[in-house]
Design a protein. Sequence first.
Length: 181
Amino acid sequence: MSAIEEPEPVKLICPTLAADVKLFKKVETILQNKYGPIDLTSETWDFDFTDYYEKEMGKGLQRRIYSFRKRIDPAELADVKVFTNYQELQITKAYKDMPGRAVNLDPGYVCNSKLVLASTKDFSHRIYLRAGIYAEITLQWKGEHFTPLQTTYPDYRSEKYRAFFALVRAINFTQSKNKEK
């Protein structure tokens, strides 16, 4: 029988979609007030991989991804998703001129072996956590880079996303080696 061990802390990330780039500042403030300083922010990228969100959020969506300095227990992911869903509703209520949802916050985490995203939708490759929240492995670390799985979304398959998450992983690796939270 193997001994039960506490998991390593992981890097909290929050990929964010918005049609209005001004909303990123609001999201940053909310997330930093809850999870502490951001240690890495992606460039702002056009979200042109799919039109899945267009009806609900409008055209010209932009993506920005945040990584947080303080690492979390991976078991906290469900709580993070519940919090970000609530914040999506609050931001949307405040911006009534938006076609539907003003922002999409998709939290997850990066550890040394994978990128995990939270979801409210069940599917065959997702594991139930609690409180209506599921988790899925989106990318796995193989050799020197992140590789997609059969179920990985098209944007997360792209080189720029995988390169960003490799940077987050490098920070996590250093923090892990130094036993930092």
